[in-house]
Design a protein around this ligand. Structure first.
Ligand SMILES: [Zn+2]
Length: 684
C-alpha cells in the first residue's frame, strides 16, 4: 500500500492521496476547494473527491505529478497527460492557484509580478518541491536564503486549498529588508521589483557555493559557436540555479570601434528582454496660434507631429496650418496659471517635453533680425476674494518691443493686440438697418457712453466704480502707473506687464476669447486614443537594431587605447525556457517621466523567434506561448497593477490584488500590458 498524503499539516497546497490497492490500481483522491465566487457559473465545491480508475493506473505508476494548476501527468517518455483533458475535470482541478493577494497599501506592483511568477510552470514545481535543500545561505551576493524562503512560503500558500486571499506581509518585510527602495506605501514599478526578485532568488538558490574566477579568452577569429559555448559554460560554473535553468538566455553583443573598426564580440546572459516601443505613428497636438497683427482672433490648431519629433517639427506643422507668411515667425510658449511659464525655443528639443495636459500657445510675430525684447501682457480684473483685489485671467498676449529709444507706447501696443476682441458696437450692429429709430437709439447710447468717457469724468468714476480705462503696472500687487517711459533692462528677454481690465472694458471687449486654452491632447472618455499599434516583433527589431552607444556609455577600445562611441549590435543567441519581456512604457529623462500608452500587438499562441536567432546551428525550439501578463493602468507614479494569468485550456484569470475572476481570452491584449511572460513550446 503506497500512500502519500500531502496535507495542510505538511504545509503543502493540495490534499492528494495516492493509494495503490491490491489490484495494483492507483486511486487518486484529490481534494479541491472551490471558488466561493459562483457568479461565473462555477459551483463551490469543497472536498471534492475524484477517483481515477484503473484506466489511469499505468500512467500513475510510472509518472510524475506536476501540480501546476492544470494537473499534468508527465510520463518518463516525456509525454504529458492532463487530467483535466482526459476526464473533463478542469472545473475542479483548475481551481487551485486562484488565490488573490491582499493589498498592503500600494503593493499591487508586487502582487501583479508575484502572480505572474507563481504561475510560471517550472518555478511552481520547484517551490512546491524540496527546494530548501538548494538554499545557499552563504552567498555574499544573496540574502542568506531569506528571500527565497519567504517567496517559497508565499507560493505554497497561494497554491494551498481554500479561497481566502493571502496576506503577503511576511514576504514584503523580507523584501524591504533587502531592498529598502520598495519600502513605504508608494507605488513602485512591477518590472523593477521583478528584476530584483529574479536576481535575489537566483543568488539565494545558487548551487555554486564558491564562485571560481574565470578570465575570458579573446574571441579572436574563432567561430561564434565555440566562443558562445565558452561564455555560457563559464557563466554556469558561477551561476547555477532554477532561475538560470528556466529564465536565462544569451545575447551576442558586437561592438565596433568607429575609428579603427576593431570588433569585439561577447556573449552575455540575460534574464529578460527590455524592448523599446518604437513610435510608428504621429502625435496629435492642439496649439493655440495667437496673432499679434490686431486683426485675427486666436485659433486653436490641431496638428500631427511624429511621436519622436522635435519642436522644429511642431513649428513646421503649425506654420503650414496657420499659413504663416515669410516675414513672420512663431514663438512657442507654455502657459500656466494665466502667465507664460516658459518659452520653448530650442528647435531640437524633443516634443516629449510637452505633456498632453500642457497648454501651449504659438505667437505669430513679425520677423526681426535685431535683438528685441518681448512684452508679455498678463490680464487682470477685479476680484473681491483676492488679497490684492485683482486676479489674472485668460492667456497672455505678446508684442515685440520696438523703437525703444523714443519710448514705447504700452497702451497703444496693448490696444492693438486686443483689437480683435472688440465687440461690435451698436452702430456697427445697426449698420445693416435702415430703420431710423434704430439709428437714433444707437446714437443716444453712444452719446451716453461718451458722457462717461474718462476725459470728462475720470476722477468721479474712479471714486465710485474704479477706473474706466486700462491700467498698466509692472506688478499685479502695485499700482505703478506707466505714464513714465518704461526702463527695460536689456539683459531681460521679456518684460511682463499687467493690464488691468476695468468692468467697462470687460463689457466693451469680448474677453471670452481670452478664456481657457485647449490642452495639447484631451483623451475622450470611453474612446481610445487613435490607436497607435505596434507589433511585438517591431519592438524586438528596434531592440536589436545596431546603434551607437550613448556618450555616457562609451566603450574602451583596446586598440585605440581610449573610450569610443562604439556601434553596438545585439542578437539573440540562446533562448530561455521562460521568456520574460518588458515593454518600455516608462521613459525617464532628465526633465520628466513619461508613460507610453502604445498598444503592442503581441502574439498569444505563437511567438516565433526563429528568424531572430543569430545562432544558426541552434536546434532548440524558438516558439513560445503567452501564459501571464503584468498590466499597468493609469499614469506614472500611481496607477494600478493587475495580472492576467492563463489557467489551462483557453481560460484566463485576472488577479486584481485580492480579487480573482475569469476573463475573456479575447480581452487580454490591451495597451496596459507591461510585462509579458512566455513559455517555450517543446519541439513537436
Ligand atoms: Zn578603436
Amino acid at each position: 500500500m503506497l500512500s502519500r498524503t500531502l496535507s495542510k499539516e505538511h504545509d503543502l497546497p493540495i490534499s492528494l492521496i495516492l493509494t495503490k490497492n491490491d489490484h495494483a490500481e492507483i486511486l487518486l483522491e484529490l481534494q479541491v476547494h472551490g471558488l466561493s465566487n459562483s457568479g461565473n457559473g462555477m459551483q463551490r465545491r469543497e472536498g471534492n473527491t475524484i477517483f481515477a480508475d484503473s484506466r489511469m493506473a499505468g500512467t500513475f505508476s510510472s509518472g510524475i505529478l506536476r501540480l501546476n494548476g492544470s494537473i499534468d501527468i508527465i510520463q518518463p517518455d516525456g509525454r504529458t497527460y492532463s487530467l483535466s483533458e482526459s476526464y473533463g475535470l478542469h472545473r475542479e482541478t483548475g481551481l487551485l492557484g486562484l488565490k488573490g493577494l491582499q493589498n498592503l497599501g500600494n503593493t499591487c506592483f508586487m502582487n501583479s509580478a508575484i502572480q505572474c511568477l507563481v504561475h510560471t510552470p517550472k518555478v511552481v514545481d520547484y517551490f512546491l518541491g524540496d527546494y530548501r535543500k538548494e538554499i545557499n545561505s552563504t552567498n555574499p551576493l544573496g540574502m542568506q536564503g531569506e528571500l527565497a524562503l519567504a517567496f517559497g512560503e508565499l507560493l505554497r500558500k497561494l497554491w494551498s486549498p481554500g479561497t481566502n486571499p493571502i496576506n503577503p506581509r511576511a514576504f514584503k518585510s523580507k523584501l524591504v529588508k533587502f531592498a529598502p527602495q520598495f519600502s513605504g506605501y508608494n507605488q513602485h514599478d512591477s518590472q523593477e521589483f521583478l528584476a530584483f526578485l529574479l536576481d535575489g532568488l537566483h543568488e539565494d538558490l545558487n548551487r555554486v557555493k564558491q564562485k571560481p574566477y574565470i578570465e575570458m579568452k579573446d574571441a579572436a577569429d574563432r567561430p561564434d559557436e565555440e566562443v558562445a559555448e565558452e561564455y555560457w559554460q563559464s557563466h554556469l560554473v558561477r551561476n547555477d540555479s532554477i532561475i538560470v535553468d528556466v529564465c536565462q538566455g544569451q545575447f551576442r553583443s558586437k561592438l565596433v570601434c568607429p575609428m579603427c573598426k576593431k570588433l569585439s564580440i561577447t556573449f552575455d546572459p540575460f534574464m529578460y528582454l527590455t524592448l523599446p516601443l518604437p513610435s510608428t505613428t504621429m502625435r496629435s497636438m492642439t496649439v493655440t496660434v495667437i496673432s499679434t497683427d490686431g486683426v485675427a482672433l486666436p485659433s486653436p490648431l490641431a496638428v500631427s507631429v511624429p511621436n519622436c519629433g522635435s519642436l522644429k517639427d511642431l513649428i513646421q506643422a503649425l506654420s503650414v496650418a496657420c499659413f504663416l507668411r515669410d516675414d513672420e515667425t512663431l514663438l512657442v510658449a507654455e502657459v500656466y496659471k494665466n502667465c507664460i511659464f516658459q518659452y520653448l525655443d530650442d528647435p531640437s528639443d524633443s516634443i516629449d517635453l510637452i505633456r498632453d495636459n500642457d497648454q501651449i500657445v504659438a505667437y505669430r510675430l513679425p520677423k526681426g533680425s535685431e535683438p528685441s525684447v518681448l512684452v508679455e501682457f498678463v490680464h487682470t480684473k477685479a476680484e473681491r476674494d483676492n488679497y490684492f483685489g485683482r486676479s489674472e485671467f485668460g492667456f497672455p498676449l505678446v508684442a515685440r518691443l520696438t523703437g525703444l529709444p523714443c519710448g514705447y507706447d504700452v497702451r497703444q501696443a496693448f490696444l492693438k493686440l486686443i483689437n480683435p476682441f472688440l465687440k461690435p458696437t451698436e452702430e456697427d450692429a445697426s449698420y445693416d438697418y435702415d430703420d431710423a429709430e434704430h439709428s437714433v437709439s444707437a446714437h443716444e447710447d453712444s452719446e451716453m457712453e461718451d458722457t462717461q468717457s474718462p476725459c470728462d469724468t475720470e476722477s468721479d468714476a474712479e471714486m465710485v466704480d474704479g477706473p474706466n480705462e486700462f491700467e498698466f503696472s509692472l506688478k499685479n500687487s502695485s499700482k505703478i502707473m506707466m505714464s513714465e517711459p518704461v526702463v527695460v533692462p536689456t539683459t531681460e528677454r521679456s518684460l511682463r506687464i499687467y493690464a488691468f481690465w476695468p468692468e467697462k472694458m470687460l463689457e466693451k471687449y469680448d474677453a471670452c476669447f481670452l478664456g481657457s486654452l485647449p490642452e495639447i491632447f484631451k483623451p475622450q472618455l470611453f474612446t481610445r486614443r487613435p490607436s497607435e499599434s505596434v507589433s511585438l516583433y517591431k519592438c524586438l527589431e528596434a531592440f536589436l537594431k545596431e546603434e551607437p552607444l550613448g556618450p555616457e556609455d562609451m566603450w574602451y577600445c583596446p586598440s585605440c587605447k581610449r573610450h569610443q562611441q562604439a556601434n553596438k549590435k545585439l542578437d539573440l543567441w540562446r533562448l530561455p525556457e521562460i521568456l520574460v519581456v518588458y515593454l518600455k512604457r516608462f521613459s525617464y529623462s532628465q526633465f520628466l517621466k513619461n508613460k507610453l500608452e502604445t498598444f503592442v500587438d503581441f502574439p498569444i499562441k505563437d511567438l516565433d523567434l526563429t528568424g531572430y536567432i543569430a545562432n544558426r546551428s541552434s536546434s532548440s525550439p524558438c516558439r513560445y506561448v503567452l501564459y501571464a501578463i503584468s498590466n499597468h493602468y493609469g499614469g506614472l507614479g500611481g496607477g494600478h497593477y493587475t495580472a492576467f494569468v492563463h489557467h489551462g485550456h483557453n481560460l484566463w484569470y485576472e488577479f486584481d490584488d485580492e480579487r480573482v475572476f475569469p476573463i475573456n481570452a479575447e480581452g487580454i491584449k490591451t495597451s496596459a500590458a507591461y510585462v509579458l511572460f512566455y513559455r517555450r513550446v517543446p519541439a513537436a
